[in-house]
Write a protein of this length. Sequence first.
Length: 163
Amino acid sequence: MLQRMPEKDRKILSIILELTKAVRCCRQDEIFCEDVSFTQFIIIDAIAVSRMLDMTRLSKLLSVDKSTATRLVEPLITHNLVVKEKSLQDSRMIILKLTKEGRIVHTKIQQRITSFVRAIQAEIPEHKREACLEGVSAFLNAMQHVAGRRPVTITTDTCLKLF
């Protein structure tokens, strides 16, 4: 089927596959430090931004159910990066907060991510950076739009309908 696909469509599919590989690299733990995974950093960052986060909001942020969110938070609690407390307003609600160590780890990882992003930017000629970001953003929005209509996996046929 791919051989009969028009060249333009094969090129788009190739870009999607290469983007998938590149993003997978960013999700690997080597990009991060302090034995914190990508998902764990998202949790730490969300708590840092809001100063405290309840489990319901966290599960929505991660697009997982509450039990999965709880399972993802447990290693952070074990490593003394996050603490759980009962809400003062509703004793059934669990609030997450960063510990002092959690704030330190958050800062270290933010610095590492900043260096990583700056290294990527340095690889793009300065006069092309804005256009590159706009193009990738438009492409991502188009993919999300198509995926929103079809919550299943994005197939080759779905990608081709974009163009």
